[in-house]
Ligand binder design. Structure first.
Ligand code: NAI
Ligand SMILES: O=C(O)C(=O)[C@H](O)COP(=O)(O)O
Length: 331
């Protein structure tokens, strides 16, 4: 058996070698000729898994060590009977920490307390639901928009996007990228936001129309970008904070992702690796009050310094991600 693996997936070297021939390659460079004789792929967001990559190959299974899966053509895989496994929820707490750092930075910069602000959460899955819960505990009034959940759960505690736009001082996007969410923050929506409402995007760059965002004059903070790693320099320059798609880069999030990918491959090919987990200290999920957060987040995660680095060196977007010191999850 042969498995082709993105060489930036951490904690993986040596784990699958006893059971398969392994080839590590940079995710962006994995090409059709590399996967032709592979049985399985373990990828990240950097490998587009579609007909161009997979036609004529013998790949039967793809595990992605990421939450998002918009880089995988699921219809094609279904037609070709290629199994796909994702790492649902793996790094949701990493993103929560990024959001906490963002909110704390804004509160310091603009001199407000969460009790004075309404936060809109668009998409309330693994990430959005955590954000909604913690933000409410910090004192924000939280309005949540998630039409698929509202339909499934019969309304629930959800509001239409229109209401988020009308009432929120900050709007954070946590949807997958698909046909319903591509450019959901378009000219029309951005125009309906409050004039000083801050747009925060850590979902996928394509969820927010970057040109429209610039034209709207709304302040914004971005972790994800259209056309990564060749990001729009005007958009970068105008961001309050700009980070290189690392919101989910916590040590525990990466460990979860690798373990979930290994577990999926082990189940599919009957390898004795069920329950394998890397030697990484587990996270300790716990509530954290706003005061404790304010007193600790700066020492744990200097998001302003990270943003300065990206602004000075946008050409290093991918290198900054690949050389990232994964953050520890401490709540
Ligand atoms: N920047 C980063 O490092 C990371 C980014 N992500 C991105 O964040 C996204 C969300 O992650 P999870 O919460 O784990 O996904 P999830 O699948 O658990 O939740 C997504 C939620 O969005 C909702 N949704 C779908 N369409 C919607 C629409 N049109 N309007 C409003 N809500 C809608 C779904 O009903 C679901 O509840 C991922 O798909 C991924 O693209 C995830 C992890 C790290
Ligand atoms: O999990 C996701 O979805 C993400 O966007 C990741 O945190 C970033 O993924 P990679 O850099 O590992 O592709």
């Amino acid at each position: 058996m042969k498995i082709v693996i993105d060489n930036a997936i951490p904690f993986l070297e040596g784990v699958l070698e006893p059971y398969a021939e392994i080839r590590y390659l940079p995710g962006r460079e994995i090409a059709a000729r590399d996967v032709r004789d592979a049985d399985a792929l373990i990828v990240r967001t950097r490998t587009r898994c579609d007909a161009a990559l997979l036609d004529g190959s013998r790949v039967r299974f793809i595990a992605t060590a990421t939450i998002g899966f918009d880089h995988i053509d699921l219809d094609y895989c279904r037609r070709r009977q290629i199994g796909v496994a994702t790492a649902a929820g793996c790094n949701a707490r990493g993103v929560l920490q990024w959001i906490a750092a963002v909110l704390h930075h804004l509160s310091q910069r603009d001199g407000w307390h969460p009790a004075e602000k309404t936060l809109g959460v668009v998409g309330a899955g693994h990430v959005g639901e955590l954000v909604r819960r913690y933000a409410a505990s910090w004192g924000f009034r939280v309005l949540t928009c998630d039409p698929p959940r509202a339909a499934r759960e019969g309304g629930g505690d959800f509001v239409p996007l229109e209401e988020v736009a009308r009432h929120c001082d900050l709007v954070t996007f946590h949807t997958p990228l698909d046909a319903t969410t591509r450019r959901m923050a378009d000219e029309a929506l951005l125009r309906r936001l409050k004039p000083k409402a801050v747009v925060i995007n850590s979902s996928r760059g394509e969820v927010v129309d970057g040109d429209a965002l610039l034209r709207s004059g709304r302040p914004y903070i971005l972790d994800v970008w259209e056309h990564e790693p060749d990001i729009d320099r005007r958009l970068l320059a105008g961001a309050i904070l700009a980070t290189p798609h690392i919101a989910g880069y916590s040590a525990q999030g990466k460990a979860n992702a690798t373990a979930m990918a290994v577990g999926a491959v082990a189940r599919r090919f009957a390898l004795p690796l069920e329950g394998w987990y890397p030697a990484v200290a587990p996270s300790h999920p716990r509530p954290i009050g706003w005061n404790e957060l304010a007193a600790t987040i700066g020492a744990r995660y200097d998001i302003a310094a990270e943003s300065d680095t990206l602004k000075r060196h946008p050409e290093r977007f991918e290198a900054l991600r690949n050389g990232y010191s994964y953050r520890e999850e401490y709540f």
